[in-house]
Design a protein around this ligand. Structure first.
Ligand SMILES: NC(=O)c1ccc[n+]([C@@H]2O[C@H](COP(=O)([O-])OP(=O)(O)OC[C@H]3O[C@@H](n4cnc5c(N)ncnc54)[C@H](O)[C@@H]3O)[C@@H](O)[C@H]2O)c1
Ligand SMILES: [Zn+2]
Length: 361
């Protein structure tokens, strides 16, 4: 299945299919790319899939070299970026040489930032391998690295020229990472695709078992949802904001607990529970929204609460979040399934109460 994403720098295609990695080279040719390919991956994904990616590139007439960084968020730093510049220079990569990111969101963000800045920008291709990267990180053009003071503080908008999603790769994804991706998928259903919630409920067992046809269908559907939102609002001035459902509290949980202990998807499932409870308290969200979310997160093994997290610290982190406009926290809340609204008038006392329950032992 093929999806198109609009972007100020030009549109790009997202190909989603079981086995698509073997077509990487051909698809890059079709997209008009040429030159020596620098493939950036990590040391968990590389051993599994880099050879297949390189073989596909070579079949299409590309020369290709691969470089693996250590797997995990700790690689998303300027120090790694510098090492990658060194490697690109050693390989004599020039302005037309494509950089391909083969990995999860960490590799995508990191390689994308390298591609955006090396020689003021070289063609960039995303080959996401995690569920989260397929349905979220690889689409929308946000690239960047972390700073000691916080996540994603250094970055750019740099859309890829092409996204190639091989859903077959999800079969080797660790279960915890797979479940995390479903947090974003459930979020998409809640904010803009209520009919998909039926599918997620009915077919949970088949999806958690990564059944080829259904998995590909759901990944493509979510890639299309994300594409649709960012196509209209690349820089997050308006509609893209709804993607932050559950993320106000979620990001704060991650910041307070020191990125990694509680993973992103696990933070935002609880964050969405908080948003539903807040919405109810201000008379906006009907209780059935919270009940259905609850059941879905349970079904996909995602946490509803995080007992023991410091509520005051989370409140302070929310106030510091970069999404806070003019000192007022902007909450994405649901009036119903598929009907998100942004509210900046939620009383702090309500938030405090809800967080107290979310983190109670
Ligand atoms: N740019 C964006 O718009 C955007 C959006 C959401 C998240 N992100 C970023 O994405 C990152 C999280 O992404 P992630 O969850 O993919 O993390 P990740 O890249 O660390 O991948 C998770 C783990 O799974 C492994 N892995 C990935 N694919 C695999 C496969 N097919 N088989 C076996 N192992 C595999 C990785 O090596 C890693 O150890 C964060 O840094 C976050 O900030 C970016
Ligand atoms: Zn997210």
């Amino acid at each position: 299945m093929m999806i198109t994403v609009e972007s100020r720098a030009g549109g790009y295609a997202v190909h989603c299919a079981w086995g698509a990695l073997d077509d990487l080279g051909a698809l890059m040719r079709e997209a008009g790319l040429s030159g020596t390919v620098s493939l950036i991956t990590d040391d968990a994904v590389g051993p599994l899939y880099a050879a297949r990616a390189v073989a596909s590139l070579e079949r299409a007439g590309f020369e290709a070299a691969a470089h693996a960084v250590p797997a995990g968020e700790a690689s998303k730093t300027l120090a790694t970026v510098e090492r990658l510049y060194d490697w690109l220079l050693e390989c004599r990569a020039d302005r037309s040489s494509p950089v391909v990111a083969l990995g999860g969101g960490v590799v995508g963000d990191l390689a994308g930032f390298v591609a955006a800045t090396y020689l003021r920008g070289v063609p960039f291709v995303q080959a996401p391998t995690s569920l989260l990267a397929m349905v979220d990180a690889s689409i929308g053009g946000k690239v960047g690295v972390d700073h000691a003071r916080g996540k994603n503080l250094i970055g750019a908008f740099y859309p890829p020229r092409l996204v190639v999603q091989d859903t077959g790769l999800l079969a080797s994804l660790p279960p915890r990472a797979l479940r995390e991706g479903f947090a974003e998928i459930i979020k998409h259903g809640l904010i803009m695709d209520a009919p998909m919630l039926d599918v997620l409920e009915r077919d949970a067992a088949r999806l958690l078992a990564v059944e080829p046809e259904l998995t590909t269908e759901v990944v493509a559907r979510n890639a299309a949802l994300k594409a649709q939102v960012v196509s209209g609002d690349e820089r997050e001035g308006g509609r893209r904001m709804v993607l932050n459902y559950g993320h106000t509290v979620g990001h704060a949980i991650e910041a307070v607990t020191g990125y990694g202990a509680i993973r992103h998807g696990e933070a935002i499932s609880a964050g969405m529970m908080a948003a539903a409870a807040i919405g109810e308290r201000v008379g906006l969200t009907p209780p059935y929204v919270r009940h259905r979310q609850h059941a879905l997160f349970e079904r996909y093994g995602l946490p509803l609460r995080h007992p023991g997290v410091d509520a005051d610290a989370v409140l302070a982190a929310i106030a510091l979040d970069k999404k806070v406009a003019a000192k007022r926290v902007r909450w994405v809340l649901l009036e119903d399934f598929g009907r998100p609204v942004v509210r900046d008038d939620v009383p702090e006392a309500v938030v405090r109460d809800v967080l107290g329950e979310l983190f109670a032992a």
